[in-house]
Structures are given as C-alpha cells and as structure tokens.
Design a protein around this ligand. Structure first.
Ligand SMILES: Cc1ncc(COP(=O)(O)O)c(C=O)c1O
Length: 422
C-alpha cells in the first residue's frame, strides 16, 4: 500500500479552499449570522492577575466577573507553593495517572479535597468540565463482562435540571443513557418523572449553585425524593465549594444534607484559584471512577505547580473562615446596592449576581459602557442562557474593598440611567 496522493488540482491555496468549504456548511453560516447581528463575543485580553484591580486590554479596571472568589489565585502562599513544586518536579507530570503521572502531589491533593469536603475519597480531573463528562457516563456504565448481571442502557435514566451547566448537558449526551429534564428547581416536576420511571436505575443530577443565575438547588427535597424513589444523587458544587456552609463544604453543608448525596463534583478553578476538577464520595465510588472515567484514564494529570498551589489554597480556605465572611459581606453590599438602584438580579442567592438586561444588543452595549467607565463585566448571552435573557454576570470576591464596590455601584447607576435600564 502506497501513500495516498492528493489528486485535486490546486487552483486556490489549500487554506482558501478549506475556508470556502467550511463557510458553505451549516456551522459557519451560524458564524456569519452571529457576526451579522453583532453578537460575536468580544474576548478581552487580560494583562494581570485575577484581582479586583486588574488590567484588561491594557486599561486599569475593577473586575466584577472573576470566579477567583476567595482571591486565592493571587495569594502569595499559593504562588510560593506552586513555584516550589515547579522547581522540584518540573512543569509536567509527563503522563496520565495510570501510566507515569501519579505524582505524590496528586494523591495529596485528592486527600486534601476529600478531607475538606468531608468525603471518604476524591478523584482529581484536569478540569471541572472533565469531572462531569467523566463521572456521569461512568455511573451509567453498561459493561456486560465478567459474568455480571446483564443491564441494558434503557434500564438507566438520568434526570437533570434544565439549567444545569453545559458540562452536565454534554456528560448526559456522552452517557448515551435515556434522560429526562425537569423544570428548573421544580421538585414537583422531578417527582412526576420519578413516578413514571420507578423500575429504572436513576441518577438525579443538579448544579448546587447555578452558574448563570446564582440560585441554589432545593437539595433537601431532592434527597428526600431520591430516597423515596431509590435514585442516586449527584451535585455539581463548582460555585459553592470553599464558599457555602460554615466550613465551606458547599451547598451540601449549607442545606444540611451531608451524607445524603452520592457524588459531589467540584472544580479547583473557582474558590481555590487554580484549575482542575474532582469527584468526591465513597472510597468505592472513587476506586470505580479510576478504572472507568475515561477523562481520568486517558488524559494527562494536573501539572505539579497546579497541584501544589491547590493543596495550599485548600489549607487557606479551611483555616481562614474570615475570607468567606468577607465574601458574604461584600455580596450583600453589592446586591443591596444593585437592588436599591432598581436592577433586576433575578433570584440570586450567592456571589453570582446576574443583572438581567434581556435583549442581547442592549446587554452588549451595557457591558461596553461599563468597561469604558472602568468596570469589567462581560455580557452573557445565548447559548450560555436562553435567547432574550442576556445579562451582565457579575461576581464578587472576598478581596473587593467596600470602596471598590461603592465605585462600581456608582458606575452601574450612571450606565443604567444612560441606557434607560433603571
Ligand atoms: C456548574 C459548573 N460545573 C462545571 C464547570 C466547569 O469547571 P471548569 O472550569 O473547572 O472546567 C463550571 C464552569 O464554569 C460550572 O459553572
């Protein structure tokens, strides 16, 4: 067998041809449509650390959109630990966990996060996105091997909140199991589905804190229903871990349902100021994920600097509850101020504070005007939220000062009046 030769005559350069072919196809006509309506996102360039005062597009601004909620991404002790690990172990683990990447730091990190969450064990992934897309398909596994009792994929059912994060949506698609979607936080609708599928092996999955609305899942009712209808429960606590609950253990602690949730997913990219994700639960669950979650098995492990920085960040989050207290104080100040000005912040219960604008163009304009005035808050629109539900997704950090929040509120007022939003 010889090497396949290119037989087409090159009139245009290959790049031009490829571009033309893609442009003619449906995905790229979508691009054209988005560009035509002025909806293509402006991806700004950040020139400094994710602190409240930062530099974006070479302009000094106050950031109200970072997920670095506790400020740990720029904490001197975290940076020192990361730098020391890079010096000792280099910049890469050199492989996946099952081959050569299982550094002692990875194991320490998993132990640290399991202890923090009050779980028996935890399994680290390269991102929170991968934690979801690895865990849900694994839990819905159908492997008819070793003479084990036969299961069909149709015997499984995933039941998911309609506003769950995109990584959960994709994880459900990857799992190939049948799925049902219940109305956002609506336990009556959830029960309607559970009743219809009594015989199935069910997994209820929900965000703990919803990433675009900042509201909290009704976990006490969900775990009660799960018990009644014999379903597993998985909570993605990406935006609650390190923040909610007296010890920062997340919505599970905050809503007093510890020990009643089978799997907790989290990310290291938000309160802990790093990157990565994890699944926490029983030892058995974690042992299972380590041989079944493809994103864990077939992807390289977290770099040593990241793992070491995270171990330090978890320690700080555990030992300095004052950071959480300051965060919630800041959240209250910002929310009270926005509400008093007449902005609609939906049903936000947390540090994620959506300022609903509605029309996409208007929200883009608001975000641009805020930036001109020194406030960095991008506009979130379809497909991250439904069409016509565009919003400024504001977030607050523990490291914001009272003065910075007041300054932001004054600018929100100015822009809000200019654009007739308030
Ligand atoms: C609820 C939720 N889950 C998972 C993720 C993915 O986390 P990561 O950024 O670590 O991939 C996000 C990210 O924003 C999220 O909001």
């Amino acid at each position: 067998m010889g090497v396949r030769r290119r037989t087409t005559r090159r009139t245009d350069g290959p790049r031009v041809k490829l571009r033309r072919r893609f442009r003619e196809g449906p995905p790229f006509s979508l691009l054209e449509g988005i560009e035509k309506h002025g909806l293509y996102p402006q991806i700004r360039t950040v020139n400094a650390a994710a602190k409240p005062e930062t530099t974006v597009d070479n302009k000094k601004v106050l950031s109200f959109c970072s997920n670095n909620y506790l400020g740990l991404a720029a904490h001197p002790k975290v940076i020192k630990a990361a730098a020391a690990a890079a010096k000792k172990y280099g910049t890469s683990c050199g492989g996946s966990r099952l081959i050569s990447g299982n550094l002692e730091l990875q194991e320490k990190l998993e132990q640290a996060i399991a202890d923090f969450k009050g779980a028996e064990a935890a399994c680290a992934f390269m991102t929170g996105f991968m934690a979801n897309t690895g865990t849900i398909p694994a839990l819905m596994t159908v492997v008819n091997m070793f003479g084990l009792p036969h299961i069909n994929q149709d015997d499984n059912l995933i039941i998911s909140d309609e506003l769950n994060h995109a990584s959960i949506v994709d994880a459900c698609r990857l799992a190939k199991a049948p799925r049902e979607i219940y109305k956002h936080r609506n336990t009556k609708d959830l029960e309607r589905i559970l009743k219809r599928h009594k015989q199935k092996r069910k997994l209820i999955v929900t965000d703990g804190v919803f990433s675009m609305d900042g509201d909290i899942a009704p976990l006490p009712q969900i775990v009660e229903l799960a018990e009644q209808y014999k379903a597993m429960v998985m909570v993605d606590d990406a935006h609650a871990t390190g923040l909610l609950g007296e010890n920062g253990r997340g919505t599970i602690e905050h809503l007093n349902v510890e020990g009643k949730v089978d799997v907790v997913i989290g990310t290291f990219s938000k309160a802990f100021g790093g990157v990565g994700g994890f699944a926490a639960g029983s030892k058995e669950l974690v042992r299972f994920l380590k041989i079944r979650a493809r994103q864990y098995i077939f992807s390289s492990a977290l770099p040593p600097a990241t793992a070491a920085g995270l171990i330090e960040a978890i320690k700080i989050a555990k030992n300095q509850p004052g950071l959480r207290q300051k965060l919630w104080q800041n959240v209250k100040q910002f929310k009270d101020g926005l509400k008093a000005l007449g902005f609609d912040i939906l049903n936000s219960e947390t540090q994620i504070i959506p300022v609903l604008i509605g029309k996409e163009q208007k929200a883009i304009e608001a975000s641009e005007k805020l930036f001109e005035n020194g406030i960095f808050v991008p506009c979130v629109r379809w497909p991250a939220v439904a069409e016509g539900q565009a919003r400024l997704r504001c977030t607050v950090m523990a490291t914001h000062t009272e003065k910075q929040i007041n300054k932001a509120l004054n600018i929100f007022e100015k822009v809000g009046r200019e654009l007739k939003l308030i």
